[in-house]
Design a protein. Structure first.
Length: 243
């Protein structure tokens, strides 16, 4: 029978060491030997402990909060639930979506639990790739995106969630597609029949059976046979996956 290794949680000092080693991994002034030694230290530390945040509960009130891997309070136990906990590495965030009185809002994850956005949403789920919250509101089943300040960026018209693809996120309704450039935060709402995203290529949009490109700055659609790259200005760059 296969045994699952249960990792212990790190101390505060070990969390600090973890962060310091991670920063040094990208120090190009280190020698090859020094970089290899730091990478090995980091690997040993990373594989030896459980770095995820976790929920704790106040036994007197039943309310919940969040602690980091070392047991430090990120959000005090004043809320009903959370949709995303994060960790000390890939999904670190200074704010959390919290549920209170059947609504979701955004609170600070600095130990205070300060309410940053009131509890007016039906549901909030942090999307670390987009740097925004997927959100439900007004009792609709379609979702949209709001930023950490609670401002609606993408209206609640989306019906399908997609994983990021070459730095972009496809936005879909039942009938149409749009796109969000994760590097610039520019977006086009769903109004295209199809969007083709390939690595190191211009993104191809299809509208009314016509294929073409879309200018990031203005959202203007340019049919492929009218696109003149040589005479385009820097402000007329179209959506693309070039690095």
């Amino acid at each position: 029978m296969r045994q699952v290794k249960i990792l212990t949680r790190p101390t505060v000092d070990q969390m600090n060491e973890y962060s310091q080693l991670k920063e040094q991994l990208f120090n190009d002034k280190l020698s090859e030997k020094e970089s290899a030694e730091i990478a090995e230290q980091f690997r040993r530390l990373e594989s030896s402990y459980n770095w995820t945040n976790f929920v704790f509960q106040n036994p007197d009130t039943g309310k919940r909060g969040i602690k980091n891997a070392a047991g430090e309070v990120l959000v005090p136990a004043e809320f009903n639930d959370f949709s995303f906990l994060g960790d000390n590495d890939l999904f670190y965030t200074t704010h959390m979506a919290a549920m209170k009185d059947r609504g979701f809002g955004i609170v600070a994850a600095d130990g205070t639990g300060k309410v940053l956005v009131d509890f007016r949403f039906d549901y909030l789920q942090w999307d670390p790739f987009a740097g925004m919250y997927m959100a439900l509101w007004d009792s609709k089943v379609e979702f949209g995106y709001v930023n950490p300040q609670g401002k609606v960026i993408i209206p609640n018209i989306l019906t399908k969630y997609n994983e990021p693809c070459y730095g972009h996120l496809i936005l879909e309704t039942d009938l149409f597609m749009g796109i969000l450039d994760l590097r610039t935060s520019n977006f086009v709402l769903p109004e295209y029949f199809n969007i083709e995203v390939e690595e190191n290529e211009k993104i191809v949009f299809t509208k009314n059976r016509v294929k073409g490109y879309v200018v990031e700055r203005t959202g203007k659609f340019i049919p492929a046979d009218e696109y003149d790259e040589e005479n385009m200005s820097d402000e007329d760059i179209v959506y693309n996956t070039f690095k």
